[in-house]
Design a protein around this ligand. Sequence first.
Ligand SMILES: C[S@@+](CC[C@H](N)C(=O)[O-])C[C@H]1O[C@@H](n2cnc3c(N)ncnc32)[C@H](O)[C@@H]1O
Length: 184
Amino acid sequence: MDLSSLATYLSHFTVLEVTIYLLILIPTVYTMVGGAPFVPTQMRQVHRMLDAVPLKKGMKLYDLGSGDGRLVHTASKKYNVEAVGYEYSPLIWLWGKMISPFWRSKAKLKFGNFYRQNLSDADIIVCYLLPGPMKRMRKEIYPRLKKGAIIISHAFHIPELDPLKILPKDKDLKLSPVWIYEKK
Ligand SMILES: C[S@@+](CC[C@H](N)C(=O)[O-])C[C@H]1O[C@@H](n2cnc3c(N)ncnc32)[C@H](O)[C@@H]1O
C-alpha cells in the first residue's frame, strides 16, 4: 500500500477512531513480538505448575502476561494467595476482566507492561513467555526479586540460571516442561 492509498484509507476514519485503533494495536503488537502471543496454559498444566511449589495463604503471586487470568484465579481460589496478573494486550485484558466474575476469586487483573512493575514483594512469579523475554527476565526482572522468590515458567527456561526443579514434558497429556527457579 503506497502513502496516498494509506491516506485515502485513513480519511474514512475520524481522529478519535484512529486514536482508539492505535491505542489497541500498538500494545497488542508489542506484546506479541516482545513477549508472547496469547496462548492459554492448559488447565491441567495450570494445576501442575501451582501444585509444584509450596503455596501458602497470603503469599504474593504475579503472572507476567496473565492472558485470560486462569493462573491467578486458580492460585487465588485453590491456595488463597494474593494473586495479581499483568496483561498489556488491551483486548485480552478486557476479555479477562469480563470473565473474571465467573471465577469468583479475589485475584486482580491489572492492565500494564510487566517490565515496568515493582515485583519486589513477589513470593511467586509465573509466566509463559517466549525465549527472547526469558533473556530479559534474567537481566531485568530476576535481579530485582527478593531472595527466595520462586519463578515458575511454562515451556521456556531462563538462560544462565540453574533450575531448582524441572517438571518433565508429558507426551501423553501434551504438556510442555515446567521450569522452576529460586532467587539466590
Ligand atoms: C502465552 S500467553 C500466557 C497467558 C497466561 N499466562 C497463561 O499461561 O494462560 C502470554 C501473555 O503475555 C502477554 N504479554 C506479553 N508481553 C507482555 C508485557 N510486556 N506485559 C504484559 N503482558 C504481556 C500477552 O499479551 C499474552 O496474553
